[in-house]
Each structure stands twice: as C-alpha cells, then as structure tokens.
Design a protein around this ligand. Structure first.
Ligand code: PAD
Ligand code: ZN
Length: 373
C-alpha cells in the first residue's frame, strides 16, 4: 500500500447523482488524510435499508452522495494527529461515533455521541471536479474512504471480513435493540415486526437473551424460514387479519400481549401496532425502523397511563468503539450467527441489482466486494 501514502488515490465508487435513480460506478479521487483522518481501503460493504431510504428520498441528504455504512476495511494511511491506528489495521467504520469526551459519551445510558458533525463537514471525495458527499460521514461504497478517528474501530484481524461488515450496522442495530434497549430478560415474550437484516438480528438477540416466545411478523411470508433459523417460535403475517379487523387486537386475541415489541421497518402504522401489543403495566415497545422525514406518530396516551414504555435506539444502543469488537468476537466464536443474514454477494458493478432485490423483499443482506484484500 505504501506507494499510495501521501498521494490522492483514484479508485472506483458508486455515486447516487439524483434521487430515485440508479447509482453510477465512477472513477473518483480520494484526498490524502490530514489531522485526525484515516484513509481506509474498503473491502466489503453490505447494503442496508437506510441506503434505500436515501435513494427513494425518505431520508434527506445532500447529493451527489456515496452511500454505504456497513463495511469492513484496512487502514491505508493516517493523518498526523492519529494516535490509535496505523497502516494495516483491520477496521469497521462507525456512523455512530464514540469520542469519549462529550456528555453523551460520559453518560452510561446512551450511545448518542454528540461529536457527530458529519452533516456540516465537507467531503474527501471528488468526481469530475465535483464534491461528492459521504453518507453519514462514511460513504463506504467506494474502494477508499477518508474517515475520522473516532468513527472507526479496530477488530480482530482473524475475523471474516465479508461477515463482520454486518456488525457495522444491521446486526449490531437489531441485536442491540433487543438486548440493550428492549432489555429482554429470560422467559419474556417478544414480538419483532419487520424481518429484514435488522429485525432478524433482533430475533437473535431475543433468543440469546432467553426469550420464551418470539413472534416474527412480516407481510412477506418468504422471510419466515430465516426468522425460524434465527430463533422465532411463531411466524405471523398481518395479511391474515380479517378485512374488518385491526392487527393489534387480532394479535392479542390470538397470541396474547407480549412483554417487549420491536418495530424494525420504519412504518408509522406498525409502530402503533408495536405499542398496542405490549403488556399493560410493564410492556416496552422499541422503535428501530427509521420513519420517513416529516412523519409523526400518534397513539392513545392511555397506553402511557397504563404503564407502557415507548422508546427506540440508534445503532442498538452500543457504545460503538467499546462494544463492536466484542460483537465481532461473538460472531467469530459462533455465539452470534451471521450466515443466515447473507443471502447474496455482488461486485460493486452490480450494486443496483442488490438495491432491486432488497426493495422487492428478495434479499436480506447483499455483501458487495470493493477492494481486493
Ligand atoms: P429490510 O428492507 O431488509 O426489512 C424490512 C422488512 O419489513 C421486510 O421484510 C418487509 O417485508 C417488512 N415490512 C415492510 N412493510 C411491512 C408492514 N407494513 N408490515 C410488516 N412488515 C413489513 O430493512 P432493514 O432490516 O435493513 O432495515 C429496517 C429498518 O431499520 C429501516 O427503516 C432502516 O432504515 C432501519 C434502521 N435503523 C437503524 C437504527 O439505528 N435505528 C439502523 C439501521 C437500519
Ligand atoms: Zn444501516
């Protein structure tokens, strides 16, 4: 790698120039890292529904943009203020940073580090003279990306990089929402609504936490096999509810209320259902899915009066730099399963095929290969 240090790198990246369009594979320039910046050679990046939210315009960002935030890579070179990383380190980029200095980092109950300033930052990517923005400060659908030191974590170099990338978002988000945010305890009854990479990881978290019943809920019954593999005990399709019925009351009548529910779609109606189906007195409904910009959630405040808790989390509530290496370790030892989540693999040229599959409910995670190891 040494022949690239100190020089601008020209490499391939997938650029979204306009909303609701295909990404284009382009040659871009990636700047030399300065100060606390680190240039990372990206090896794998899995596609998440949050990337789709940008493409379809429901999550507003600047354009043109390089998407991608669920990646593994290898440090190529570092800026002069970087202390904890060196060339060759194996890393996961983190859209949820951990600076260790801000009030949130020093608080035990949250992972929402406030050093998150990527929306105000410029870009290290250019294409044909134009700045191209990195999604959430990362932009890892590129062979190289420049990332700040507190948005990167070292992992065990023995970890399989094509699987460990899922710890950069989907797996960590769902699993953590179950164990950290929902705080699922042994013997509890749990419902997970939405069975993508995030929901299936929530199911695995519930299973490993010792849940006694796990209801996997999705309008796409093709997801039920994967849900059972991850630990679901019952699979429920809301399309089976009689035309004149409401999902919440139908669910309670058939299965009873649950201790914990997790919404893993970003659909406001499903969020209401999640509130509806938890136990009065102690039930906890966790919102994980990201609703479209401008959406509002309304529900009968009586749900709160009778003691239900409604909450949510970003990145599964993990303190990213402290916790992600531990998750990767659990994956390496087989205590956390990843294989059932990876349904497809593509080269960067085929990234739009991965988008179509995810949009149409035909895939869980597609892992895209970028630079060669
Ligand atoms: P995905 O597209 O793989 O899965 C979504 C699932 O929901 C699919 O299986 C759909 O069939 C199902 N679904 C859609 N509509 C309904 C409905 N009305 N009723 C029941 N099921 C339905 O997405 P994903 O798992 O990659 O991501 C899920 C959400 O989580 C998405 O909104 C994403 O942006 C969000 C997310 N949040 C965080 C966070 O930190 N909070 C992190 C990563 C992703
Ligand atoms: Zn994601």
């Amino acid at each position: 790698m040494s022949d690239t240090v100190g020089k601008v790198i020209r490499c391939r990246a997938a650029i979204l120039w306009e909303l609701k369009s295909k990404m284009k594979i382009e040659e871009i320039e990636v700047a030399v890292p300065v100060k606390d910046q680190i240039r990372v050679k990206i090896i794998y990046n899995a596609l998440c529904h949050s990337d789709l939210h940008v493409i379809d315009g429901s999550l507003k960002t600047r354009l043109p943009i390089i998407l991608g935030h669920e990646a593994t890579g290898i440090v190529e070179s570092v800026g002069d203020e970087v202390k904890a990383f060196k060339t060759g380190d194996v890393v996961i980029p983190l859209y949820q940073p951990q600076c260790r200095k801000c009030a949130a980092c020093q608080h035990g109950d949250t992972n929402l580090c406030t050093s998150l300033s990527f929306s105000n930052e410029g870009s290290h990517f250019t294409c044909r003279g134009k700045q191209v923005f990195p999604f959430m400060g990362l932009g890892t659908f590129s062979e190289y990306a420049v990332i700040r030191e507190h948005m990167l974590v070292k992992i065990d170099p023995r970890a399989p990089l094509d699987k460990a990338c899922l710890a950069g978002c989907g797996l960590a988000t769902g699993y953590g929402a179950a164990v950290n945010t929902a705080q699922i305890r042994r013997g509890e009854r749990v419902a997970v609504i939405g069975l993508g990479g995030v929901g299936l990881s929530a199911i695995q978290g519930a299973k490993n936490a010792g849940a006694s019943a796990i209801y996997a809920i999705d309008i796409n019954s093709e997801k039920f096999d994967s849900a059972r593999k991850m630990g679901a005990t019952h699979c429920v399709n809301p399309r089976d509810v009689p035309k004149d019925g409401k999902f919440g009351s139908w669910f309670i009548k058939n299965f009873g209320a649950v201790d914990k529910s997790l919404e893993c779609i970003g659909n406001v109606q499903c969020m209401k259902d999640a509130v509806e189906i938890v136990e009065r007195g102690w039930g906890r409904a966790v919102m994980v899915g990201i609703a479209p910009d401008g959406a509002t959630l309304s529900f009968n405040p009586g749900h709160l009066t009778i003691g239900k808790t409604i909450t949510g989390s970003i990145f599964g509530g993990w303190k990213s730099i402290d916790d992600i290496p531990m998750l990767v370790e659990e994956m390496r030892k087989g205590k956390i399963e990843v294989d059932p989540l990876i349904t497809h693999r593509f080269d960067l040229e085929k990234v739009d095929e991965a988008v179509e599959l995810l949009k149409n409910g035909k895939s869980i995670r597609s892992v895209i290969s970028l630079s060669k190891l």
